[in-house]
Ligand binder design. Structure first.
Ligand code: TYM
Length: 370
């Protein structure tokens, strides 16, 4: 296996490689004595391997998560258990997981700073999900928007889909997470997580779980990154602009961004303009102000502005495309990163499960078969 330095993908090495140092934070966030040095915040987020990553994922979660990897002990994972509610072909699942791993690393996730892993490599999370389900009122799940949205779109109303927020709470609580960077659509899931942690602590003792805080991304003038049709960008609405698509296709998609029918010579409305919303994601404040002034002045067609959006986007993702070329050439290296991350994550998860088992009176330890 080649080293990170040999790849030249990431410049730095992990700061906390002393065995066990960072891991001693397990469970301590909830009960660190006032006098002790505060452990770094644990930052956690996940992404489902349901298809290719798009700029909604990037600006809603990945970019903030990548920034936060310098500010705390970051844990990022690929939520394959969750994806099983909608992805039913094993080859597609494997392909999607590999794709998301490569693309997240290409986008700037640095495995020398953040712990990056596959959700299912830490099966303790499924066990914790059961513990949490015993304090979860059915009403919480019945009110969950994502279940209603997904079933309205024809996705099977399985127990897995219904209980999705409980597994998500387990993802967060099993690592004693403090901060969870997510897009706006995940806000309700974070509220459920906080409520379940509170209910569990009330029943079994304060300090079993750390109560996490959501960190909802700002995405310009809109709550979520809009899709090409102006609705929320989502794989399931077929309106996405992918992070890593070939140039011609990206340009073609950008040309499809919805606009109104204002004639070229006329001034263009600047409110609720999906085109301007995109430009805000990629351009500086001055450049956005210039485009707004040009909209107001009239005399320029939407096609010209779309070209400007394309150029900014293409330039912004250029270094990531370069990194991706290197990573695509070495899938074993990407797999190795996920496995290394899972080992670290699993140690923490096992410590949490031991605490939860103890608090609930459910056996001391599972029998070891070794
Ligand atoms: P997922 O895979 O749907 O999306 C991953 C992240 O991308 C954000 N996102 C957006 N943000 C802004 N604008 C958009 N148009 C847009 N589309 C997607 C999502 O808000 C999300 O942050 N349930 C999660 C995965 C998950 C998870 C977790 C997240 C499982 N366990 C624990 C945090 C913590 C999901 O479906 O994300």
């Amino acid at each position: 296996m080649e080293t990170e330095a040999a790849h030249g993908v990431w410049p730095t090495n992990r700061k906390d490689e002393t065995p066990g140092v960072a891991d001693t934070n397990a469970g301590e966030n909830a009960k660190t004595p006032e006098t002790a040095e505060k452990p770094p915040s644990r930052i956690l987020s996940g992404i489902q391997p349901t298809g290719r990553l798009h700029i909604g994922n990037y600006f809603g979660m990945m970019e903030p998560a990548i920034r936060l990897q310098d500010e705390g002990d970051a844990f990022y994972f690929i939520a394959d258990y969750h994806a099983l509610t909608t992805v039913h072909d094993p080859a597609t699942m494997r392909e999607n997981v590999a794709g998301v791993a490569t693309d997240f690393l290409s986008a700037g996730l640095d495995p020398s700073k953040a712990t990056f892993f596959r959700q299912s490599d830490v099966p303790e999370v499924a066990e914790l999900s059961w513990f949490l389900s015993t304090v979860c009122p059915i009403g919480f799940l019945e009110r969950a928007h994502s279940f209603k949205d997904k079933t309205a779109r024809g996705i099977d109303a399985t127990h897995g889909l219904f209980a999705y927020p409980v597994l998500m709470a387990a993802d967060i609580l099993v690592y004693d997470s403090n901060i969870v960077p997510v897009g706006k659509d995940q806000k309700q899931h974070l509220e459920i997580t906080r409520d379940l942690a509170g209910k569990f602590n009330d029943r079994f003792g304060d300090g079993v779980f750390t109560i996490p805080e959501p960190r909802i991304a700002e995405t310009g003038s809109t709550a979520s990154v809009p899709g090409l049709d102006g609705q929320k960008m989502s794989k399931s609405y077929n309106n996405t602009l992918e992070l890593f698509e070939e140039e011609k296709k990206t340009r073609k998609k950008i040309m499809k961004i919805v606009t109104d029918a204002t004639a070229m010579e006329d001034p263009k409305p600047t409110e609720e303009s999906t085109l301007l919303d995109y430009y805000r994601l990629f351009a500086s404040d001055d450049e956005v102000a210039e485009m707004i002034a040009s909209f107001k002045a009239g005399g320029t067609g939407y096609g010209h502005y779309k070209q400007q959006v394309f150029e900014k986007l293409w330039e912004r993702f250029a270094p990531m495309r370069e990194r991706r070329e290197k990573l695509l050439a070495d899938p074993d290296y990407v797999e190795d990163i996920l496995r290394t991350g899972a080992k670290r994550a699993r140690r923490l998860a096992q410590a949490t499960l031991a605490r939860v088992r103890e608090a609930t009176g459910i056996a001391g330890h599972p029998i070891s078969l070794r």
